[in-house]
Write a protein that binds this ligand. Structure first.
Ligand SMILES: [Zn+2]
Length: 66
């Protein structure tokens, strides 16, 4: 069982109606997902040198298409 990178809670990946948290993977909840999103947005904004332009395209967390 993976742990939420934000609050370290167990992440339930089971596809059930009782635990729709799977859509927020790898986070335990939508709240933690937003916290993480805000974190790296804040980080990228605070980085002074913007040499890299397309380094965000690798987004591992957002390639859950298929
Ligand atoms: Zn969490």
């Amino acid at each position: 069982m993976p742990h939420c990178p934000i609050c370290n809670a167990l992440v339930h990946l089971r596809m059930t109606f009782e635990h729709p948290a799977t859509v927020t993977a790898p986070f335990c909840s939508d709240r933690c997902k937003n916290i993480d999103l805000g974190r790296w947005l804040d980080e990228s904004y605070s980085v002074p040198d913007a040499d890299r332009e397309s380094d965000e395209d690798d987004g591992e967390s957002y390639s859950e298409g298929s």
